[in-house]
Design a protein around this ligand. Structure first.
Ligand code: 13P
Ligand code: SF4
Length: 301
């Protein structure tokens, strides 16, 4: 492994590259990160990096967002098969149909979506800023795509607006059931419960907070509690244990695993850097429209 890391570092230097890594990646990939974060943090970092090359260790929509924000940079992914099933649950034609049906509504698109869907939107949001984004809009009616659960969670925080939801969801977060949280709470009655807003509403209701992945990492350091139940993809537990070795973290369900997030390995990072293959491209017309929706979101943060 040491040899592999040495080679990666050498190529990073030669290519003037940065490695951006999502909190769900496997430990060996998290260890390679120049920047480790949630979707929002990664978007901000992609927009401001001075590097020529971005090696994106996450899923397609995240690398696409990086390319849209930094069109002059080369964005590569160690494994192009790393997609997001939720992002594939809505397409641009379907959003256009919704807009026709609800002409006065603003389209708020979760970043877990294709560039073409973002291009049809008024503004994007992530799990970290969804409530803030929706509150910032003048429109009384909101078309929210694709995640019905994140949309529902935001609607509970902004009851003054009317929401039109799409039937998208994350198959990994769906695996966390209310009974899982109830049993974890019985076993660890002192634990603070943090879940991702992609979870089912009945799971969110049982939690102390619904937070993005980086917000969970921050919260664990801010509050006095020593025990936490974590309702999100289990890859995040590596960072939590590493950052707070004296605190205890229990997954709400071991079943919440995103197979796509697990496709990237340190070896694939090396291969991508050696061959400069797996480049992410977005057609200019789509990228320009999508950029406007993403930049509007970043301004609100
Ligand atoms: P975060 O933006 O909270 O990191 O979440 C991304 C994601 O894909 C959750 O499943
Ligand atoms: Fe998509 Fe769910 Fe995987 Fe996140 S955890 S990338 S929403 S499938």
């Amino acid at each position: 492994m040491q040899d592999l890391i040495k080679k990666i570092n050498q190529l990073m230097h030669e290519r003037n590259a940065v490695i951006l890594v999502h909190n769900y990646q496997i430990p060996e990939v998290q260890e390679l990160a120049d920047f480790l974060g949630d979707s929002l943090g990664l978007s901000i970092e992609a927009a401001k990096t001075k590097a020529d090359v971005i090696v994106f260790c996450g899923v397609n929509f995240m690398a696409e967002t990086a390319k849209i924000l930094s069109p002059q940079k080369k964005v590569i992914m160690p494994d192009l098969n790393a997609g997001c099933p939720m992002a594939d649950m809505v397409n641009a034609d379907q959003v256009r149909e919704l807009k026709k049906k609800h002409p006065g509504a603003a389209v708020v698109t979760y970043v877990n979506s294709s560039a073409a869907v973002k291009a049809e939107s008024d503004i994007c949001c992530t799990s970290a800023n969804g409530v803030k984004v929706v509150k910032s809009l003048k429109a009384k009616e909101i078309i929210f795509v694709p995640d019905k659960y994140l949309g529902h969670y935001i609607s509970t925080q902004v009851p003054e607006k009317k929401f039109i939801f799409w039937n998208g969801y994350c198959p990994s977060h769906m695996r966390i059931m209310p009974d899982d949280v109830i049993s974890a709470k019985k076993e660890h009655p002192e634990a603070y419960v943090m879940v991702h807003p992609e979870c089912r509403p009945e799971v969110i209701e049982l939690a102390d907070a619904a937070l993005s992945t980086s917000q969970m990492i921050k919260k664990a350091g801010e509050i006095k509690n020593n025990e936490f139940i974590i309702g999100t993809e289990t890859g995040i537990l590596y960072t939590l244990h590493k950052k707070y070795p004296d605190k205890k973290f229990y997954p709400a369900s071991e079943k919440c695993i995103c197979p796509n997030m697990k496709l990237t390995t340190a070896e694939k990072v090396l291969f991508a850097l050696e061959d400069m293959k797996n480049e992410i491209t977005v057609p200019k017309e789509i990228a320009d429209k999508a950029r406007s929706a993403i930049e509007k979101m970043i301004k609100i943060v």
